[in-house]
Design a protein around this ligand. Structure first.
Ligand code: F3S
Length: 406
């Protein structure tokens, strides 16, 4: 691995123990992936961690014990929050979770990260420009950075994110290289998506069939919004491992089909029409009947526009007592929703916001819930597995609201 003079000094310990430890990690990672140099990063986005896994807390603390501090703009993914613990008296969590969650929050803040605690860092001031390199955790955010922004990111594991934040460097491999960013699979869309959930379903199908390829989508409407691309990318990254997709005419590296593929010939081609959508819905919905214990919205965390739309769907209704209606959300969007009155409309119905958190961090496996309803293809794909183990009813937001309210 070629290192600059400054990087050699970092590696030799001149910048302190945490930087040296981080450089050792990054050089080893680079060697594994055949990178011949490091590149500077614009920003980092750190994993928040599951209180169930003590190792994640201890790994983060290992950087703090060596006095590690972030050198670049650094944000953090959702984390289990003390304010969200034991908020429902009959659905409590192991006491050691609170202690671990608090340790994690302390460590993240001491590392110098901005405690955004959200999976949409690009809406929270961590916004790389086209072509800039970043070291981010969170598959949906990585997809957004690569695909929608044209920034450059690889899927990283916990530990690498902190090492990158502390050094401001990452090994140059994978999607940081021009040659790996061209499309290698074609998606012909023969279905007009109508709402966020449709975009999520399309992403689910792409992830299922194309795994970690770089899909080029033809046929998304020109009026597709940034939030719809967010939903599509999150589902493709969650169902498969799609870290970069192009949409011809919409995303910055695919103004044309020729630009998206360059000289690469597609290795695979799929068509998505009404039949493929119907088949996917049949597969995603695992519930045997219409009964559900919770409605779970906010995956990825919503933009204020999504909250405005939800408020207009919920206005004047009442959530049935038989289910919890939970909306996972970032603190800044919730503050704006309160300012604009949307939060009041939503909370009046009995729906609840769960701030800076994610359902995957709660201890719901032991809560007796069997089935959840969601409008998110990413949640729908994740909820049947550990740690939640729930059956899923997957519907668009309006249908979720209709089913949950009177
Ligand atoms: Fe965010 Fe949790 Fe979904 S971290 S993307 S709300 S699985």
């Amino acid at each position: 691995m070629r290192l600059t003079d400054e990087e050699k000094r970092m590696f030799d310990g001149e910048f302190g123990e945490a930087t040296q430890y981080s450089m050792e990690i990054l050089v080893r990672l680079g060697d594994m992936y055949g990178a011949d140099h490091l590149v500077e990063i614009q920003s980092a986005h750190l994993t928040g961690g599951y209180p169930e896994f003590l190792a994640t807390v201890e790994l983060t603390e290992s950087f703090i014990n060596k006095k590690g501090r972030a050198r670049v703009v650094t944000t953090v993914n959702p984390m289990h929050q003390p304010m969200n613990f034991n908020r429902w008296p009959n659905l409590q969590e192991p006491p050691e979770y609170l202690q671990r969650a608090q340790r994690m929050i302390n460590a993240i803040e001491r590392i110098g990260a901005i405690p955004t605690c959200s999976c949409i860092p690009y809406f929270q001031g961590n916004l790389p420009r086209f072509g800039q390199n970043v070291a981010w955790i969170e598959s949906s955010a990585i997809s957004f950075a690569n695909s929608v922004l044209g920034a450059r990111a690889n899927r990283l594991t916990p530990g690498i994110d902190k090492a990158a934040a502390i050094t401001g460097r990452i090994p140059c491999f994978g999607f940081l290289l021009d040659e790996n960013r061209k499309g290698n699979a074609l998606v012909r869309l023969e279905y007009v998506p109508k709402n966020l959930t449709d975009y999520g379903t399309i992403g689910y199908i792409i992830g299922k069939y194309l795994g970690d390829k770089v899909p080029v989508i033809e046929g998304l409407p020109n009026h597709t919004t940034t939030n719809q691309l967010k939903a599509l990318g999150a589902a493709a990254a969650g169902r498969g491992a799609v870290a970069l997709y192009h949409s011809v005419g919409l995303t910055p590296e695919a103004r044309t089909r020729k630009q998206a593929f360059g000289s690469v010939k597609p290795e695979a081609e799929i068509k998505i029409g009404p039949k493929e959508i119907a088949d996917a819905l049949g597969e995603i919905n695992t519930a045997k009947d219409e009964h559900f214990d919770a409605i779970l919205l906010g995956c990825p965390h919503p933009h204020i526009e999504e909250i405005r739309d939800l408020a207009s769907l919920l206005a004047g209704k009442r959530v049935k007592l038989s289910a919890k209606f939970l909306i996972f959300i970032s603190a800044d969007v919730l503050a704006l929703a309160r300012h604009l009155g949307y939060a009041h409309i939503i909370e009046e119905t009995g729906a609840e916001f769960v701030e800076r958190d994610c359902i995957l961090f709660f201890h719901i496996k032991h809560w007796g819930w069997k089935t959840a309803m969601t409008d998110s293809a990413k949640y729908a794909n994740l909820l049947p597995s550990e740690p939640t183990c729930l059956d899923v009813i997957y519907k668009d937001t309006a249908s979720c609201v209709a089913a949950a309210t009177i």
